[in-house]
Design a protein. Structure first.
Length: 46
């Protein structure tokens, strides 16, 4: 696993869920319009 460092305001621990031919992650409504980064921390088959 690679190690990455970034600065931010909040962290959410969640799971990507299936949608059509992709996946999405829900974040709080008050994050609308904010820049976010998504980091995969496990393999999908785990």
């Amino acid at each position: 696993m690679d190690r990455h460092e970034t600065e931010g305001h909040e962290v959410i621990d969640g799971e990507a869920t299936a949608t059509d031919n992709g996946a999405h992650v829900f974040v709080p409504k008050d994050w609308r319009g904010a820049n976010v980064k998504i980091v995969r921390t496990s393999n999908p088959d785990e």
